[in-house]
Each structure stands twice: as structure tokens, then as C-alpha cells.
Design a binder for this molecule. Sequence first.
Ligand code: AMP
Length: 416
Amino acid sequence: MIVKPKGTYDLYGVDEKIYSYITNIVDDYMINYNYDKIRTPIFEDSELFHRGVGETSDIVTKETYDFQDRSGRSVTLRPEGTAGVVRSFIENKMYGNRSDAIKLYYNGTMYRYERPQAGRFRELTQIGIEAFNSDSVMIDAEVISIGYNILRELGLEAVVKLNTLGDTESRLNYKKALVEYLKPHIDSLCEDCRNRLEKNPLRILDCKVDADSEVLKNVPKIQDYLNDESKKRFTDLKNALMGMGVEFVVDPKIVRGLDYYDHDVWEYELVDGSLALGAGGRYNGLVESLGGPSVPAVGFAFGVDRLIALVKNKVKDQTLEKNIDVFIMSVNEEENIYALKISQELRLNNISCEINSANLSFKGQFKQADKLGAKQLIILNSEDLAKGLVNVKDNQTKEEKKVDESEIVDYISGII
Ligand code: AMP
């Protein structure tokens, strides 16, 4: 038997329904917030991720699916969504002559060669948003609140863990102080941290291995290295979030694994701290570093795979139950032909229905109709059909009525 690749899963049945439930909520939200959907390729030129996500991030150094296509081009399955959206933004010159915010969102599968475990897959689905062309704190507050509101809407008690990395000047000063502080202690930290010291010292702050070490507990704090502008920006953002009722805690450990963030960075977590649900930040330098103009941007992504199991426990059963409008019952060839004809008319008129497509017995069809939650039954029989009539039975009240076959669509539309 051929089995699915390690770290992947099949989505069907109730879990698929939950997935669609989540994505429908997001699609509705995005209309309310005026974001347009974007779809970009699942594979891209490998260089995009090396330049876009950063040579020192774990995602690129350890986790990408890289391969050569049949013409020898080096391509990579996207490990995250931002780089592809930014590439598309630049390539299609979406910035044009615009001075408004350009607001996009995506929903797609990402690929990371990680060690599979609970909630961690090699093929994962992320929903993310990217808002370009505005450096206003208003858009940061809007973006952060979208993720927060969606998680709440899904019934999850989420909190935003927020930090700032400041502007370039503040961050450089902080990095310098951090490296100076860490250097004498570096031998006591893990191998990954030792490698990060020169390449990406901020990453040491969110190291899981050394999290409880005295060295990391006493590191200098970014807050002490922010210039006035960066300080004001962070205060404005916190005030905006408080005004919107978005719950957050400032957590200096949030630095994000990727190289391209500046100013605010954040993660969404379950209130009990048990699970990371999503993460984002402002990345004002990324568009330019990928060959575009200097365009500021802010965005986040959250993992859908983890949400499925959590949301399953929260949604009401009705959301998942099948609820078709009509079941058409037929037992012989002549009735079957009529069943198909009527089903065609109903379905084309936006009335959901099911037919006896598996040759069930009369009794079996009643059971099937109940299983599908059918509101009405159309019970065909040759005698009535000869007179141009069909029987319609209300599956709740059990009342029956003979209806002219040519008027069946209008009749059903009027009672469901
Ligand atoms: P990241 O793109 O690494 O910032 O991750 C954003 C969110 O995607 C995380 O908070 C997780 O919810 C989700 N995520 C990241 N990696 C995986 C994975 N391997 N499997 C499932 N979900 C993931």
C-alpha cells in the first residue's frame, strides 16, 4: 500500500468541514476589512527565499524543500507566504502610483522539512495578510486586531504577545549591546546560539534550549535601546490596541525567527500559553531588499492545521450537520429518470437535494434522507407521475401534499 508522505495528512469529513468553516469566516472578515485575496505559486525560484526569508533563519537553513527542475533551475516549495506575495507585489508593480494602503491576504499550503510531531507538519496551511504602502500605526493596529478577532470568532481564547524591535538605528544599537553582553557567556549556551551570535543574535532571545538560563534571563532589554521615535511608535500602537479592546502583553522575548522584521513583532497564543497560533510583524525593508521600491509593509500568518483540532471542540454540532433541502425518493427506472430531471431543476434553482443514486430500498431511502437532514421528501410513484403529479412530504410534520410536477421548484422554494 502506498501511504501519504511523512508530515502530511488527508483532510476530509468533519475536519475538512472545520477547515472550510475557518476559511469562510476569514473570507467574510477580509471583506469587512477590505483585503483582497492573492494566490501565488507553491514553488518559486530558490533565491527568493534565501534573500526574502533570510540566510540565517532555520526555515531556510534547515527546512526548505529544494530541488532542481528538469531544466536544472533551482526551485523551492514555499516555506511561508510573505516572500511570494512580496515578489508578486513587486513583479506586478502593484504599488503603481498609489498612496493608499494595499491590503492582501492569502490562504495556502507551505512546506517545511521539520521533525513531524503533534501540531507540526511538513505540509502546513497558513492564512496570512500583508498590508503594503503604509507606515501608519493605524494599519499595524488593524492588522494585529484582525488575527485577534478571527481567533476570538473561532471561539479561541487568544492573547497577543507583543514586542518592538525598534527602527534600524535602535536595533543596531541593541544588537551591539546584546553581542557585547553575550560574548563572555557564549560557551554556556547551546550550539545553535553560538552560531547565531554573529549572524543573528536576536534569535538567541527566543532559544527554547537556553530559555531558562541565567545568561538569557539577564540580557539587556530592547526597551532601553529604543530611540525616541521608536519609543513613541510603540506607545502609540499599545494605546491603539487598548482602545480597540485587543488584549496583549509585552514580551521582550518575541523576536521572530525571520531576519526581515522591524518595529512591532507579535505572536498569537492561547491564553494558557500552550500553543502558538500565529505570528507577524512589520517588515519595512523587505520589499526593497527583494528588488522593489522602498515600500513599508506589515503582516502576519497563522497556522490553520493547529486550529482545526481546537475549533472542533468549540463549534456547535449544527455547523457540521448535513442539512439538505430535499431528498427525492425513487425505486424504478421510470421514477429514476424523473428524479434526475427534478433534481436538475431544483439544484439549478439553488435548492440542495439528493437522489437515490446508490439503488437503496424504499426503507433505506427514508433512513438516508434523515441522515442528510432532508427537510422535504419528494416521493415519486408511477401512478401519480402519469397524471403529472409528485408527492411532497414534510419530513418534520409528516404532512403530505400532491403537487403539479411542473410547479415543483416554486412549491419547494415557498416552503423551505
Ligand atoms: P511562522 O511562519 O513560523 O511564523 O509560523 C506562523 C504559525 O504557523 C505558527 O504560529 C503555527 O501556528 C503555524 N506553523 C508554523 N510551522 C508549522 C508546522 N510545521 N506545522 C503546523 N503549523 C505550523
